[in-house]
Design a protein around this ligand. Structure first.
Ligand SMILES: NC(=O)c1ccc[n+]([C@@H]2O[C@H](COP(=O)([O-])OP(=O)(O)OC[C@H]3O[C@@H](n4cnc5c(N)ncnc54)[C@H](O)[C@@H]3O)[C@@H](O)[C@H]2O)c1
Length: 354
């Protein structure tokens, strides 16, 4: 099923159960696929180009050194500038393949066939591609939207449950950005992930990135949960998955909203969030480990002190509001200290209760 997207949107979006060979590129193409998916791909009767690359994927190897041999391989094939690259995998593989496609011959077309819930609901759409540097995640990249996104839910059958739950947090984030409390509450329950949730998230993100492709304004809202989330993710030594860290960041943001006197969330909702997040409590790093990471946040701005005053740091933050759309605010990193402490308390309380 092709989803409706804004007129002139760079990516055609398909969401369906089974893969269809007709959705592959018409002309010459190649594939970069996650090894975990090779059997599912060939088992579904999908063609495998002779020069396909099947690769092992890990966040630790989301590096420039991983994509360099792919570029050399394409040049040896050789892959021409009118060819299309197909990326089959989760967010790590699609971010790297998208970047390699942006770099090869100064940019060739690509398609993305996301295979994790997180990639289907978020990472594969929007044209952000990239790799990590030692100094931080996704610090090198390019905006290079795929021509087509094909999300086939049958690929999720082999996805470990932890990764399914990881993707659920990006869906809950989407609901909270829009202030959609009923939808967020439904997703917090113990029901399996539903395809219409993914459809709704894709439709919302398509609209946002179409209006603000370069993240100059509205698109920043998609970073809800990411300020504290990124710090917790890095401070855990990436023991927390990206979506799990975003989930913790969402609860932290709801608590910060309350402290700033904005539209606070009902305690039953905060408890439902805390209940789902409670198993992650042992992975939450202390505030002393989070603060230096917040100071180095990509969205942090260092403001020189005037008239001999100390320089300060400000971070662009997104704050959710109960039943209303999220808003953007500039805050000091220290504003997160109390929500961080309350997050730990709430999760401990839920863990003791369980
Ligand atoms: N570009 C963006 O806008 C954007 C947005 C959000 C996240 N991201 C990036 O996405 C990455 C996280 O992506 P992810 O959560 O998809 O993780 P991932 O790509 O690391 O995949 C998770 C694990 O599942 C395996 N896997 C993938 N699909 C599978 C399947 N169907 N069955 C069995 N195993 C499967 C992978 O090999 C990997 O081991 C991060 O690097 C993050 O920075 C990018």
């Amino acid at each position: 099923m092709r989803l409706a997207t804004p007129t002139g949107f760079a990516t055609e979006v398909f969401l369906q159960e089974a893969p269809e060979p007709d959705l592959l590129p018409e002309g010459s193409w190649t594939l970069v696929g996650d090894l975990h998916l090779r059997e599912a791909w060939t088992g579904a009767g999908l063609p495998e180009p002779s020069h396909a690359l099947w690769v092992a994927v890990s966040e630790e190897e989301k590096k420039l050194r991983t994509i360099l041999p792919w570029l050399e391989h394409w040049a040896r094939v050789p892959l021409h500038r009118d060819a299309t690259v197909v990326a089959l995998g989760g967010g790590v593989l699609s971010d790297m393949t998208g970047l390699a496609s942006a770099l090869y011959l100064r940019g060739v077309a690509w398609q993305v066939w996301p295979t994790t819930l997180l990639a289907m609901a978020d990472a594969a759409l929007g044209g952000k591609t990239g790799v990590d540097l030692a100094a931080g995640k996704n610090l090198v990249g390019a905006f290079h939207p795929p021509r087509r996104l094909v999300a086939c839910t049958s690929f999720l059958e082999s996805l470990p449950i932890r990764h399914l739950e990881n993707g659920r947090w990006e869906l809950i984030k989407t609901a909270l950005i829009q202030g959609e409390m009923a939808w967020a509450t439904e997703m917090l329950q113990d029901t399996p992930v539903k395809v219409p949730w993914v459809e709704r998230a894709l439709a919302y993100k398509a609209g946002v990135v179409h209006r603000d492709p370069r993240e100059a304004g509205e698109r920043r809202l998609l970073n809800l949960g990411h300020t504290l989330g990124h710090a917790l993710e890095a401070a855990s030594g990436y023991d927390l998955l990206h979506g799990e860290a975003v989930g913790l960041g969402l609860l932290g943001s709801c608590l910060l909203t309350e402290e700033l006197g904005l539209k606070a969330f009902p305690s039953a909702f905060l408890e439902a969030l805390a209940q789902r997040l409670a198993p992650l409590a042992p992975k939450i790093a202390p505030w002393s480990a989070c603060l230096p990471l917040l100071l180095r946040d990509k969205k942090a701005k260092h403001v020189p002190g005037t008239a001999g005053a100390e320089p300060t740091t400000e971070i662009h933050c997104i704050l959710p509001r109960s039943g209303e759309p999220a808003i953007q605010r500039t805050l000091t990193p220290e504003a997160w200290e109390s929500p961080h402490a309350r997050l730990i308390d709430l999760l401990d309380r839920e863990a003791t209760r369980a």
